[in-house]
Design a binder for this molecule. Sequence first.
Ligand code: UD1
Length: 319
Amino acid sequence: MAKYLVTGAAGFIGSSLIRALLERGEQVRGVDNFSTGRRENLSEVMKEIEFREANILDLDAMHSACKGIDYVLHQAAIPSVPKSVLDPIGSNRANADGTLNILVAARDAKVRRVVYAASSSAYGDTPTLPKQESMIPDPISPYAVAKLASEHYMISFFRCYGLETVCLRYFNIFGPRQDPSSPYSGVLAKFSMQMLRGDEPTIFGDGETSRDFTYIDNAVSANLLACSAPGDQCAGRILNCATGERITLNQTFEALKKLTGYKGTVKYAPEREGDIKHSLADISLAQKHLGYKVLVDFETGLRRTVAWYKNQRQPVGAV
Ligand code: UD1
């Protein structure tokens, strides 16, 4: 049985990874400082994991957290483009300095492999679609810069210290438990909750902005594959984690109208600072090196997501 450390354990993606690891009978340690994560996300599994409330910026705590660990799944982040535009130093601390701390701690503890939640925002607004990992990154927001810097640290630690690292460039991961309650929340979580409540959502831009929205099960599977794949296939690599399909915000609004029963309209507001217009992945490298497959398509994922928010007896938060 391998031992896993999940950073950002109480987050939407971290807690989903933990449930999947426990289902496979793995041993899990989780760290989170609840800056964006929620205790409720761990309530069902708290007894089955070793949980530590700690900040990834605390190097001593990370050294201790990495002891005896085989695989680190590094998900902890402040995962927001607009927040980074408002607070670039805070974003850099969590999203770049935090990663460097994790890498130092993992290297010292002789961890087998670190898998990192990298971001498709690194590609920026270059016109060519789909995005391939070989393209020169062109980050726009401070968030994208910090996420890209972390990728470089990951690869550097492989090259300089032989620590096996894999960067999974996430493309808009969504699904149950994604927090809908903050102005910085992912758009599908926010819209689902707003429309279920009968509140009017706001589209930033003309609605033709598009994303490769990726259901959580696909990201979980990519992480598990990134741990089990042979090192010569994936160590030191950057791989897209997506579906290879692109949906516009106007289309998501229409799809959510059907699923939520929302009868109202949508507001349009100016585009957000730091946003990219289109995002679509080429997933062939992940297919080749990890054996990655899209397990759940957008429509099925969105149906499951809305069903989950509907079933929440108490609203997850005020939008
Ligand atoms: C998202 C993730 C980021 C990740 C990246 C790539 C979140 C909060 N951000 O960034 O961590 O690295 O994908 O995987 O999950 N929008 C609206 N109305 C709203 C909210 C958003 O129109 O109320 C728009 C935004 O302006 C943007 C699009 O929806 O054009 C997507 O925004 P968002 O869900 O915040 O994600 P990204 O910025 O793409």
